[in-house]
Structure formats: structure tokens, C-alpha cells
Design a protein around this ligand. Structure first.
Ligand code: G6P
Length: 462
């Protein structure tokens, strides 16, 4: 062993690599783009720089050597099957995820999950410490890796460490449930800069620091910032203008039987997304005869996610029961009220669906940002289409001219759906124009530039 290890000046550390690995029957590894907004958001940032990305390849018990892909040095971190169960499915996605999303589902608190989280975070920190050049900039991402900043700082006081939390940071009354709340706060305070989506998240974090340490982030050398993430708006704008995408949008309409109006929802199949609330509101409108089957259709794409985690399995059953009942009760031989897909679609198909939609439904009960809302807006250079947006998404801070809804209020949601379906074209265009201005003036390049600028200007470590 030994040998010279290559080092890098700019390192992204995230739970997932920007590529997923699957092993085919012939035993050969195949790499494909990872799902999730983070990858889409960071790809344009890391491109063009000579950087490295430390992350998990998505398979248990499968070690890989580091390799280069599209100008990025990928450093795979290996997780055992037990760690996938305890660190990823357990602590990350069945403790922190529900806790940080307003306890929509009940978080499980298990000491062996916490121990696994600690061990895996240490592995990520060690892998990063090995490849960081002197004074490197290290950007750690999201709730899966909150202990990494402190663990890295202990080994490498010379590097600049930024942390960005992609999901909400909960109010102290909720955060304080966590048996390991102090360790999480201390982990994050290893950073020079901690970034959040919304002002409220940053305030919740600062308050947790004060309550648990008796001091402020600033006093221990950690700057706190809120800077909302975004998308590469130009890519979606261009996709929406391509002839084959426009053609595909027309085909989609035709294959749905050319309904007068299409409602569209696309989410990871996650209980934070308010999919059940959306189907309930739409179902009541069909049942009451306010909407007519064949005249209006709801297209719902629910991409598979975290399928071995209990609350996700329950949600799938609930959603599919609702869709099955609604379609069973109300379909005609020619039309069904809901076209439901438990599938993942590529970017071109997504753009065609955004174009085909008359009303986009984003009804999350809690969401750090919601990039789907921004993708829809960026795709609609035709200035058509209405965005119905939950006020519990980070995106609603910026996208004020969407039709804002409280998804818990089913009657309010029904009224918003009806008025959006009948909104006159001039108002649709005026709203879309102002939404597009927002998305284009703060795209993903502006997000990362702002974060990295602030990180570069944090104080030198003592
Ligand atoms: C959210 C999280 C990301 C995560 C993604 C997909 O957007 O903020 O950190 O990667 O969901 O979830 P998964 O569990 O498949 O990585």
C-alpha cells in the first residue's frame, strides 16, 4: 500500500456520488446518473474545475477504486449492508428526515443507528482528509453528513469547510427531541460556513446553537447564511424550445385522449410531498362533478424512493389505494381520472410533461426548496401554464406569484385547482413572466457562486 495520493483544491462531499452503480448479470459495473436534485444542482458547478467528489455509489458491500468521470475525480465510499440499513435507511431517512420535516412521520431513535451514522461520517471525513490539498475548499452537503465538518476540522485545520443543508432545519422545540442534538450541532460548528435554504432555517439553527452551547455560531467562528438553491434554468429553457420535446408534449396530450386540461404532479414518492392531499382534493372535485373525467386528467409521476423504509412502503400503499379507487369508481372505457406512474423519467421526458401540463401541482407539506417548481417555470418560455405551490416549500419564498396554497386545507386546495384551471391567458402569462424572472435571476450558478464567495471570505482559522 502507500504510494502518492492525488490531492485536490475543491472537494464536494455528499452522501451520493453523481453516478450510481449497478452490477449487471455478467458482473460488469454500469454507472448512470444519480437521481435527486443535488446532483443536477452541483454538476454545473464542479464542471470546469479540477475537483473531486466523495460519495457513496449506491450499492452495499461493493468497494470501488477512485476514478475520473467527465472531468471529476470520483472517490467512492463503501457502505456495508448493515450500514445501508442503519446509517442510510435508519438514521438519515427514518430519524433525521422526518424530524427535520416537521415530524410528518414519527422519527425512530435507535442507538445502533446513531453509532452507524457516526462511523460512516468518520469514513467520509477520513476519505476527504486524505485527498484535500493544503488549504483546499471542501463543500459538505446535507443531513446525512452533519458530523463531517467537525471530524474533518480535527484532522485538517488548514482547509476551508462549507456545509449546505438542503432540507429544512427544524424549530428547536422539534430538534430538541433528538437524543444526539448536541453532537449534531457540534458537528456542524466544525464548518467555517453553514448555509440554509430559508431565513427561517438559519434562525432555527442559530437558536439551537444558543440553546445547546450557550454561545453563538459567530463566537466560535462559524458563519451562518441563507442562500436558496436553484436549477440550471437555461437547460430547461432550451429543452422547452426544442422541437422534439414540443412534439413529445403534443403526443403526451394525444395519448391521454386530448383532455381539455392536464394537471401534473411529479415527486419522489415521499410523505413530505403531499401527494395524498393532492389526490384527495382532485378526487373530491371529480366525485362532486365539479371536474369531469375526460375533460381534465391528473398525471402523477411518483418516482421510487427509499423503498425499504417503512413509512415509504406505507405511503406507496396508501397512494396506490387512492388512485386505484378513484380510477375504479370513475374511469370510463376511454378515460381515467388519474394517470399514475411509479417510475423515473429522464430530463427530456420531464420537460415534455412540464410543457404538456396546464396546471403544475406542488403541494408539499414541508420541502427545503422544491426544484420541480423551478424546472416547470424555466421550461415554460411560452408563458403558459399555472404553478400551484405550497407555502411550506422553500421555493414559495421566491415564487410569490405562483398560486400559493396550504395543502392541509383541502377546500382551499380545491378552490386553487379550479381557479387555476380557469385562469385567463393574460393572467397566466403575467404570472409566468414574473416567476421566470425570479428563477433566471437566481439560478444554480448564482447559488454556488454566492456560497463559495462567502466561504472564501470567512475568517482565517486561529
Ligand atoms: C433529497 C435530499 C438529497 C437526496 C435526495 C434523494 O433531495 O436532500 O440529499 O440525495 O433527496 O434521496 P436519496 O435517499 O435517494 O439519496
Amino acid at each position: 500500500m502507500g504510494g502518492v495520493v492525488a490531492t485536490f483544491d475543491f472537494i464536494v462531499v455528499a452522501n451520493r456520488l453523481p453516478a450510481d452503480c449497478t452490477i449487471a448479470e455478467d458482473g460488469i459495473a454500469h454507472w448512470s446518473r444519480s437521481p435527486g436534485g443535488l446532483v443536477a444542482a452541483l454538476e454545473p458547478v464542479i464542471h470546469g474545475r479540477s475537483g473531486a467528489w466523495v460519495g457513496w455509489a449506491g450499492l452495499a458491500d461493493t468497494p470501488f477504486e477512485p476514478f475520473d468521470a467527465d472531468g471529476v475525480h470520483l472517490v467512492p465510499v463503501t457502505l456495508s449492508a448493515l450500514e445501508v440499513e442503519r446509517y442510510y435507511e435508519g438514521f438519515a431517512n427514518d430519524t433525521l428526515w422526518p424530524l427535520y420535516h416537521d415530524v410528518i412521520a414519527a422519527p425512530g431513535y435507535h442507538r445502533e443507528w446513531w453509532e452507524s451514522y457516526t462511523r460512516v461520517n468518520q469514513r467520509f471525513a477520513d476519505a476527504t482528509a486524505r485527498i484535500a490539498a493544503p488549504g483546499a475548499i471542501v463543500w459538505v452537503h446535507d443531513y446525512q453528513l452533519q458530523l463531517v465538518p467537525r471530524m474533518l476540522r480535527e484532522q485538517r485545520p488548514d482547509v476551508k469547510i462549507g456545509f449546505f443543508n438542503h432540507i429544512p432545519f427544524p424549530p428547536y422545540g422539534i430538534f430538541s427531541q433528538l437524543p444526539w442534538r448536541r453532537q449534531i450541532i457540534e458537528g456542524l460548528l466544525g464548518s467555517d460556513l453553514v448555509g440554509f435554504q430559508r431565513a427561517a432555517d438559519a434562525a432555527n439553527f442559530s437558536r439551537a446553537v444558543r440553546r445547546l452551547t450557550g454561545t453563538t455560531p459567530d463566537a466560535v467562528g462559524t458563519k451562518v447564511l441563507h442562500v436558496p438553491i436553484s436549477i440550471d434554468a437555461t437547460i430547461y429553457d432550451e429543452l422547452g424550445k426544442r422541437e422534439h420535446v414540443r412534439e413529445r408534449a403534443r403526443d403526451i396530450r394525444a395519448s391521454l385522449g386530448n383532455p381539455r386540461k392536464i394537471l401534473f404532479g411529479v415527486d419522489r414518492l415521499d410523505y413530505t410531498k403531499g401527494i395524498r392531499h393532492r389526490i384527495k382534493a382532485f378526487g373530491e372535485l371529480i366525485e362532486s362533478g365539479q371536474l369531469e373525467v375526460g375533460d381534465v386528467v391528473l398525471v402523477q409521476v411518483a418516482s421510487p424512493s427509499r423503498e425499504r423504509v417503512g413509512p415509504y412502503q406505507e405511503l406507496r400503499d396508501q397512494v396506490e389505494l387512492m388512485v386505484g379507487r378513484l380510477n375504479g369508481d370513475h374511469s370510463t372505457l376511454a378515460h381515467a381520472p388519474v394517470a399514475y406512474y411509479h417510475q423515473t423519467f429522464d430530463r427530456d421526458e420531464m420537460a415534455a410533461l412540464y410543457l404538456a401540463a396546464d396546471v403544475m401541482l406542488v403541494t408539499a407539506l414541508r420541502d427545503g426548496m422544491n426544484l420541480v417548481a423551478k424546472e416547470f417555470v424555466a421550461t415554460r418560455s411560452d408563458l403558459d401554464g399555472v404553478l400551484v405551490l405550497s407555502e411550506f416549500t422553500g421555493a414559495s419564498d421566491e415564487l410569490r406569484r405562483a398560486v400559493l396554497v396550504n395543502p392541509h386545507d383541502i377546500d382551499g386546495l380545491k378552490a386553487a385547482i379550479l381557479s387555476s384551471l380557469e385562469m385567463d391567458p393574460a393572467e397566466r402569462a403575467s404570472r409566468m413572466k414574473s416567476l421566470r424572472k425570479k428563477v433566471f435571476s437566481h439560478d444554480v450558478a448564482a447559488w454556488s457562486a454566492k456560497f463559495l464567495h462567502e466561504l472564501a471570505h470567512t475568517k482565517e482559522n486561529p
